[in-house]
Design a protein around this ligand. Structure first.
Ligand code: FES
Ligand code: FES
Length: 168
């Protein structure tokens, strides 16, 4: 019988049976059937697989399950709940201000990069609620969008930063 490991994920504690050397991405997608994190390059180069661990972006394609330990993992699916927790909201919103902005400016084409963009932008906006354009560009460096929607993503992050009460 496979040994189980507990994982703090999106506000809950889940039990998984993947081996400790399994990349976190495969635990999230294959075992837990999450659809936010994506496999892109598998080499920590594109950002499609990014998640937050204790509020910091991490490339889950190259991070073994064992490396997470007691870290709190947040995936794309958990971003609205993270917002609710940070703002002590009674209800979890359907979308975060960033997600609303991405939709409003039509920044998502195929959507493949959007998970990583949102994870990275959330990390940034938690650390810096009013980032300059240069800071946003620097933060997104290393997140690849094959559809070339960078200007729209930039616009959405700037728009989200101006949301009442902040973006995150
Ligand atoms: S799939 Fe992990 S960085 Fe590209
Ligand atoms: S929207 Fe297609 S990869 Fe970015």
């Amino acid at each position: 019988m496979a040994e189980s490991t507990t994982l703090r994920l999106n506000g809950s504690v889940v039990s998984v049976t993947s081996t400790p050397d399994t990349p976190l991405l495969y635990v999230l997608t294959d075992e837990l059937q999450l659809q936010g994190p994506r496999f892109g390059c598998g080499l920590a180069q594109c950002g499609a697989c990014s998640v937050l661990v204790d509020g910091r972006e991490l490339r889950s394609c190259v991070t073994p399950l064992a490396a997470i330990g007691a870290g709190a993992v947040t995936t794309l699916e958990g971003l609205p709940a993270l917002l609710a927790e940070r703002r002590q909201l009674a209800q979890v919103p359907e979308f975060t201000p960033l997600q609303q902005a991405l939709i409003a400016v039509q920044a998502i084409q195929c959507g493949y990069c959007s998970n990583g963009m949102q994870i990275k932008a959330t990390e940034l906006l938690m650390q810096n609620p009013a980032p300059t354009e240069a800071v946003i560009r620097s933060a997104l460096d290393g997140h690849l969008c094959r559809c070339g929607t960078y200007p729209k993503i930039l616009e959405a992050i700037q728009r989200a930063a101006q949301a009442p009460g902040g973006a995150v």
